[in-house]
Design a protein around this ligand. Sequence first.
Ligand SMILES: [Mn+2]
Length: 224
Amino acid sequence: MTYVMSDLHGCEEKYFAMLEKIGLKESDTLYILGDVIDRGPGGIAILQDMRKRKNVIPFLGNHEDMALPVMRLVAGERPEREIGSAYRAMWRDNGGEPTHKAFLRLVPEKREEIVAYLKTFRLHEEITVAGRRFHLSHTLPDREQWQTGERNKEDFIWGEPDYELCYDPDLTFITGHTPTAFIDPAFRGRIWQENGHIALDCGAVFDGGRLGCLCLNTMEEFYV
Ligand SMILES: [Mn+2]
């Protein structure tokens, strides 16, 4: 079976409860569409579990992208960009504090493992399950950018999709990043599907939110 979920945001207990609920087997594949870390306290613990599982395929979220340069610096590497106090404040203001603290508590070897793992996170990918084509990414550019092909890394981690517009009639676009309650308040805590889009972020870390997981073979929805 193929499963997909997103935006765990440090909710370690919900993550393990979901693995239990879906009964994830080694022959299954679980795609996680970014924002594993920040806001909640358990992001590093989730990453440490994910990296041990060969059948978990991680994608980059804006939170991992914000965290990585700081983590590289702490781990003794030289990030491409300048990491000054403004950058650190930006990550902190976006809920990075619990992740930063947990990262600093790791011994150097464990820090390097996390940094190396985050560098393997994918940006976007197309898969076919049960004859249906899916596009996976943390988020998407708007439809015009998608159709003109003028899109870059930032669009797949910070973009604001046009959920009211169909991007491609032959492809279903699965994203996290935008809590479904923001797309339609009636969908608070539930997976939203319309117009060739599936939005997965059920707001696990927020009051009234849940962690959602979708099985792409059966389209069954699971919640914790
Ligand atoms: Mn995000």
